[in-house]
Structure formats: structure tokens, C-alpha cells
Design a protein around this ligand. Sequence first.
Ligand code: ATP
Ligand code: MG
Length: 290
Amino acid sequence: MSEVVLSVEKLMMHFGGIKALNDVSLQVKRNSIFALIGPNGAGKTTVFNCLTGFYKASGGKIEVNVRGEQTNVIKLLGESFKPTDFVSPKSFASRLYYKMFGGTHLVNRAGLARTFQNIRLFKEMSVLENLLVAQHMWVNRSLLAGILNTKGYRKAESDALDHAFYWLEVVDLVDCANRLAGELSYGQQRRLEIARAMCTRPQIICLDEPAAGLNPQETEALSAMIRLLRDEHDLTVVLIEHDMGMVMSISDHIVVLDHGIVIAEGGPDDIRNDPKVIAAYLGADEEEVV
Ligand SMILES: Nc1ncnc2c1ncn2[C@@H]1O[C@H](COP(=O)(O)OP(=O)(O)OP(=O)(O)O)[C@@H](O)[C@H]1O
Ligand SMILES: [Mg+2]
């Protein structure tokens, strides 16, 4: 239970002269809910962008340790993208993903998926298509198998559909399967992003402000879903969230960032009463402290 699945050591991220992250270290335990909190501009999304390969970190080490394999994320991003097969549907989907998500697509293969603070869906595709394209790296089909419509090809297609509908059910979007993703309400789009991330079959899912814009009932349902991911799907959840009620009720471990530096870490009770944390939030926005 205490195995570390994600290890970050002395992570640095510079934007020109700005040090957005300065020696950030954290360890995420397998099958836990880990929260990264801090005032606006603290560097939370930048940590996610580095972890998931959206940015290449300026320094430090990020190691993903799942399915018995260790992946050095920063090294992985240094290797160039080489699609092996130029004509298969799998390769096409890979390119589409690369265009939309950059290196995130590569880190995804190592077992880490994410959602975005500013939702990124294929808005012109249907809800179902968003979930099918997310499975391209698991559905190992060649163009030839497609043309010949082999048994293996049909099985892969039907498995992908089953998987998509399984997650549509979990996020309560079955009725919207054929609607365009861009037509969904904000809350539905957030849920679809989670389903899409799950369709890549990750071991770790990073959620960037999943409760933003949700009403209290939706937030409650989201908390239940996050617990379900941990408890029934053996997942590790890394969560960025400003809703402190939610963070304190579901997190196993919390790390607090301020100005790109880790200022505190511990369980919800430690964090709630930590004077450094209270001061950081008060300095930023009094209403954020609950
Ligand atoms: N691509 C970029 N170019 C330049 N500066 C950036 C870039 N991305 C982030 N920053 C800067 O890094 C700092 C941290 O930003 P980040 O988005 O990580 O904060 P955050 O903690 O996620 O905040 P919020 O709670 O508002 O989402 C900010 O000062 C931001 O302006
Ligand atoms: Mg952010």
C-alpha cells in the first residue's frame, strides 16, 4: 500500500526569468488521493504540466512507477516522436493526440492521464468518439485488419465500445453518447474529460480543478466518483482543487505550494491548522480559506 507510484525530486520550471517552480519534491503513494493545493498562481498547474509532459521541466526528476515499470518522464520527453506505422488508424489517432496534447500523449503510455483546468475536448467529435479515440493505443488494429474486417479487429472495436460505455455510465453521460462534445454543459464536459482520461487505462489520474464551476450536488457526486476510482479501480488520484471542503474530506495526503515552493505537507488535519498555509491563503484571497 505504501509503494510510491509518482516521485518528483527538486522539480524546476523557468519561464524566461520567472521561476514558476523551485525545487518542488513530492511523493505520491499507490492507491491514494493526493491533493496539491495553494493560492492562485502558486504553480499547481505547472506541476501537472511537467508531470504529464505538457511542458518539459527545466530541471529535477520525475519518475512514474506503475505496472512494474519505471519511467523517467523528463528523459522520455527528450526522445523524438516516432510513429512506426504511417497509415494505420492507430497511428492517425496517435498523431491527433500528439497535436492536441503534445508530450502528454507520451507520458499517457506510461500509465498517467490527466484532465485540464481549461477543458480540452475534441469538441467537433461526438462524446463517444472522444472516448474511442482515447483508446487508440490499446486497440491494436492495422489498416489491413480493418479492410479485411478480421475477427480480431471486430473484437477490438467491440471491446473499445464496451469500455467507452462503461465509463459513460460511471460519469452519467450515456444519454449524451451521440451528442457533440462541444454542445455539452460545463459540468458534463468536465465529466467527459474524466471518462476520456480513464479510457486511456491509466494507473494514475491527475485532475486539475475538477470541481470548478460545479454546484454543490455535482461536487458531492464528483467526490464520490473520485473515491470510487481509488477504491474500486485501484487508481491513484492526484488532485488540484480550490474547494477546500472537498479537498479536506477526500484527501489522504496534501501538499501545499506557494510561489512555486512546497510550504507544507501532511494529512488534512495538519494542513487545516498549519499557520504557514493559513498565511499563504490569507495573503492571496481571504475567501479561499474555509
Ligand atoms: N506558459 C507560461 N509562460 C509563462 N509563465 C507561465 C506559464 N505557465 C505558467 N506561468 C506562470 O507560472 C506561475 C504559476 O502558474 P500556474 O498556472 O501553475 O498556477 P496555479 O497554481 O495553477 O494557479 P491557479 O490556481 O490560478 O490555476 C504563474 O505566475 C504563471 O503566470
Ligand atoms: Mg491552475
